[in-house]
Write a protein that binds this ligand. Structure first.
Ligand SMILES: Nc1ncnc2c1ncn2[C@@H]1O[C@H](COP(=O)(O)OP(=O)(O)OP(=O)(O)O)[C@@H](O)[C@H]1O
Ligand SMILES: [Mg+2]
Length: 147
């Protein structure tokens, strides 16, 4: 899977390739967008996605950052619970076929780990949530980026 990085200094597009199972990364981004969308609709704020080489291992890892300004976790103490399967704060009357199972974050973490990556959530109280997906960088960007 190939994603494109716009460098802030040079304002030019560089290819940045990652090595992972495409449906896994698609599922992760889908679930994280699902989580971010409802709070962001309430605050009428955008969800942003950016990506860049990992600061400490730029040749080995890529970070995909997904941020919202939907107000953050309802309670700071939730930080210890949200990666547990079946934990949800979705009210019973808001659950439907695709929302409110408490499966989103824990399954995304499993997929990230399975692909030799990781998933971390940073809560900015009363502001929003930042999700950092770390995935391995493709061994040979130049070959993959031509594909
Ligand atoms: N972007 C976010 N802003 C605020 N709270 C969030 C955000 N993402 C997750 N949470 C909190 O983490 C909890 C767990 O999220 P998770 O995705 O695992 O389950 P869910 O969204 O409740 O249900 P499901 O993903 O199965 O539809 C949510 O119920 C919510 O309280
Ligand atoms: Mg969810």
């Amino acid at each position: 899977m190939i994603i494109y990085q716009r460098t802030t200094q040079q304002q030019e597009q560089n290819n940045l390739s990652i090595e992972c199972i495409p449906p896994h990364i698609q599922h992760i981004i889908f679930e994280l967008l699902k989580n971010a969308t409802i709070p962001s609709l309430k605050t009428k704020t955008p969800v942003t996605i950016s990506y860049y080489p990992h600061e400490e291992a730029p040749q080995e890892k890529v970070v995909i950052k997904l941020s919202d300004l939907g107000g953050g976790l309802k309670d700071e103490s939730l930080i210890d619970k949200i990666f547990h399967f079946h934990f949800t704060t979705t009210p019973r009357n808001s659950k439907d076929e695709v929302n409110g199972f408490g499966m989103g974050l824990p399954l995304c973490k499993v997929f990230a780990l399975f692909n030799q990556g990781d998933l971390k959530l940073v809560n900015n109280p009363n502001v929003g949530v930042d999700l950092f997906i770390t995935v391995p960088r493709a061994k040979d960007d130049s070959v993959l980026s031509q594909g």
